[in-house]
Ligand binder design. Structure first.
Ligand SMILES: [Zn+2]
Length: 63
């Protein structure tokens, strides 16, 4: 594992990107983050399916 850049993009649903990350305990977790300017929505999930569900369910407040 390379150090210094933990977020690795693995999937994207529209503007929402899902990547793998590590939490403080060094365990894999999944981060979903919206890339739309001004949205700033993001979340951490223990499972990939959880991140996918959140990404699919996310609707930007900003248009
Ligand atoms: Zn958004």
């Amino acid at each position: 594992m390379p150090h210094g850049f933990f977020f690795q993009r693995v999937m994207a649903y529209g503007p929402v990107e899902i990547g793998t990350d590590h939490n403080r305990e060094g365990r894999n977790c999944y981060t979903a983050a919206c890339t739309t300017d001004g949205c700033g929505w993001s979340g951490d999930f223990n499972t990939y399916s959880g991140a996918c569900m959140a990404a699919k369910g996310h609707h930007c407040q900003i248009r």
